[in-house]
Design a protein around this ligand. Structure first.
Ligand SMILES: [Zn+2]
Length: 237
């Protein structure tokens, strides 16, 4: 089993140069026997992935699993530092490691599509208050997270479309853009939270919504064709 590690080259930060290196997972002690770990008890699972603390990168959020602290705000926020998005990335913030990983992914995406298509960022952070307004105004239960349970409030989620030849194109499952994301986003630690509709994920499919995760976890979900909701339900949280 292999996964990708992003190595951020400080010296070349201005050039947005990153290096992806395939790493033998067995050499990393923290995730040795990963396949065995995920089959063990919920207790072991909780100890492996910090799914319940508000500040955790792996925090599972749903209408039934909201933040303990309703007004939670993480301490490590950072503007996205990339010239490879269609609109100005720096006006959007994510948690520090998520912002770096997203900037890396944006470069690879742009490079893959002949340097002609870029991410268009529609939304990143939403506060408890703005999520509440969204729900009050128009958003249905099956379309938006309840206030206090949004991955956007965790500063881990980003909604993206694609700008191609000055047109904004939505992420559709049949598009090459989504296919690239489906096959590659986990390498940058991102996961499409809502892809299997209401009965599975609790919300309708939202192919533009990508959530940052710990890389072994994102890789596991990708390799086993699972959504994060599906996976957590199997542990009867
Ligand atoms: Zn979203």
């Amino acid at each position: 089993m292999f996964f990708y590690i992003i190595q951020y080259n400080q010296a070349n930060a201005q050039k947005y140069e990153f290096r992806n290196e395939k790493v033998d997972i067995s050499k990393l002690s923290i995730i040795q026997n990963f396949d065995n770990l995920v089959l063990e008890s919920q207790k072991k699972f909780d100890n492996t992935f910090d799914i319940k603390n508000d500040g955790s990168i792996q925090r599972y959020l749903s209408d039934d699993n909201p933040f303990k602290n309703t007004w939670y705000v993480p301490s490590d926020l950072q503007s996205i530092n990339s010239h490879f998005t269609y609109n100005k990335a720096s006006q959007f913030k994510l948690r520090s490691s998520a912002a770096i990983a997203f900037a890396d992914m944006a470069w690879w995406f742009w490079d893959h599509f002949d340097k002609k298509s870029k991410f268009y960022i529609a939304s990143a952070y939403r506060s408890f208050g703005s999520q509440k307004n969204l729900k009050n105004m128009w958003c249905k239960k099956t379309e938006c997270a309840d206030p206090g349970s949004s991955e956007h409030q965790a500063w881990l989620a980003i909604d993206i479309s694609v700008a191609k030849n000055w047109n904004i194109v939505q992420m559709h499952t049949w598009s090459d853009f989504y296919k690239w994301m489906d096959e590659n986003a986990y390498k940058y630690w991102f996961h499409n939270t809502y892809q299997k509709w209401v009965d599975v994920d609790g919300k309708i499919a939202e192919h533009r919504h990508w959530r940052y995760l710990w890389v072994p976890f994102a890789t596991y979900l990708h390799d086993n064709n699972l959504t994060i909701a599906e996976y957590f339900k199997s542990f009867k949280l």
